[in-house]
Design a binder for this molecule. Sequence first.
Ligand code: PRX
Length: 655
Amino acid sequence: MSSAQSLSSTHPTFPPDPEFAATANGTAQLYDAAAADYEGFWADQARSRITWDTDFESTLDWSEAPFAQWFVGGQLNAAYNCVDRHVAAGHGDRVAIHFEGEPGDTRTITYADLLSEVSRAANALEALGIRKGDTVAIYLPMIPEAAIAMLACARIGAPHSVVFGGFSAEALNTRINDAACKLVITADGGYRRGAPSALKPAVDAALDHAETTVDKVLVVQRTRQETPWFPERDLWWHDALAAASDTHAAPAHDSEHPLFILYTSGTTGKPKGIFHTTGGYLTQAAYTNAVVHDVHPESDVYWCTADIGWVTGHSYIVYGPLANGATQVMYEGTPDSPHQGRWWEIIQKYGVSILYTAPTAVRTFMKWGSEIPAGFDLSSLRLLGSVGEPINPEAWLWYRKYIGGDRCPIVDTWWQTETGAIMISPLPGVTTLEPGSAQRPIPGISAEILDDEGVPFTEPEKVGYLVLTKPWPAMLRGIWGDPQRYRDTYWSRFGEKYYFAGDGAKYDADGNIWLLGRVDDVMNVSGHRLSTAEIESALVSHPKVAEAAVVGASDEMTGQAVVAFVILREEHVEEADEVGEGTDLVKELRDHVAKEIGPIAKPRTIMIVAELPKTRSGKIMRRLLKDVAEGREVGDVTTLADSSVMSSIKLGLDG
Ligand code: PRX
């Protein structure tokens, strides 16, 4: 089944394959249905995909805009929807998770197993005094307990706050405090590049501050490495679960009960606790996983390679696929452990049919060479997905040819932590695919592109700002504890009518939307969101640093890379004489950022400079620094307070 290929202006496009279309969950009628009756469309999705303890009375309450309520009056349990109902429907023996540990250990978890594990964990949490409304931090490697812990929290109505295992103790501390978590669920460690890597010491350090709201730490034993232990506070997960019953009645929660908090970088130094509620989020996660990933639970083996610490892992490892009763692969480690064909080996081993990953991974595989995937049988694949950053047409075409065997549709899915679920994407089996473009809002979602004045336009190739024009079920309900910041960040740039996504976008001549990256001070490095302000504040917290400016410079492999310009304190300027990559000082600063935030935030390049370019009002002109970082001719300097600064920076670097 090879699809015909036609040429658009610059790239080939790919019309849907009739054989794929014949069984696709997505249909052209969905667009019509959503356009004809927007609320009715979402009400149908909610009622057909989700099991409600109490049906909702109204679909949407937008009277307190921008604070939405979806499926008002409805009651449900997210864990029941992801687990119990599949067992009740006779699918208890279906595999929910094929777990593949990095060292090669495996576990097969059926829906019946998942039900007993989640029930035990829910009972254990209750025995530890966790009640509905208490917040729980989860800091775990990619092991099944991460999903089990999330579902156990959801079951009892305790919002979880998952913190990516790569974040530092400092970052964990800030997040635990902001959400006033009562419990932390962690592990002794995880496996990374062939070796155990400790996790628990970071929790100990995070809690080693005077004030903490945390009473207990529940520790999963994964690596069996030596682990510091505080008997009053620490408990083994396996002991707590062994002591708990494997049945637990799932209580009904309000549709708007908070399901989770997930911190993400914004334009200021302080990460934002994005929070999502139950009914709307689950509806859209299940719907998109069905119509965009085209999951058929009875026959597919689905694999989303994201970490559970990011929103992609929340929506497309835990809530979407499990709500749909899918079988999925979960892999703990890195793509090159122990060899560069590990992913392809996993696809061959489990017969993976749907693969959802990030462009940065695709570009890495391109660099490693197409002969590596060619050594494995990838014929089980029937759909590929991309998320997290723009996928350049070259990477798209490579992905299609070398991984998708020239037959799999690719869905380039645009969304955000804030949107909760996929918003802009082709529908496989319906859309003619345009490499490099996320194309158009999915049925039920409305977007526009605005110019500087906030006026929508459809003119091709003109660059503007992406906005969402209608509330959607999985939308964030706010920033935890900071409603004003929610209004200011998302609903003020173009007034209260438009959700400002922070992304630049354009249309092509066919009306496809192309996402062009962030327009604010947020960087996207390997699909990870980082804030320039957060890294700057990490740098200036180092005793040798007087001032710092950070920019995201384009990078072939990681999309963007962190480049920092640093002014040293007077007494350390001499150390800068031997500046350059790899010097002790630069290494010290990079390590400091890793300690403050996490290794993902380490600057690729640190340039020690004498001055920074500033406007007369004292604002750092990052645009000019970006020119330097990307090796371009420096742009307009007329608004600088001192226009000679740029030449001295360039001179310092060149010399
Ligand atoms: O800039 C967009 C980019 O990632 C941002 C959202 O990051 P985060 O909240 O961490 O969520 C990532 C996973 C959903 C967006 O504002 N982005 C995400 N997907 C795409 C994308 N940019 C272009 N194309 C995409 N498909």
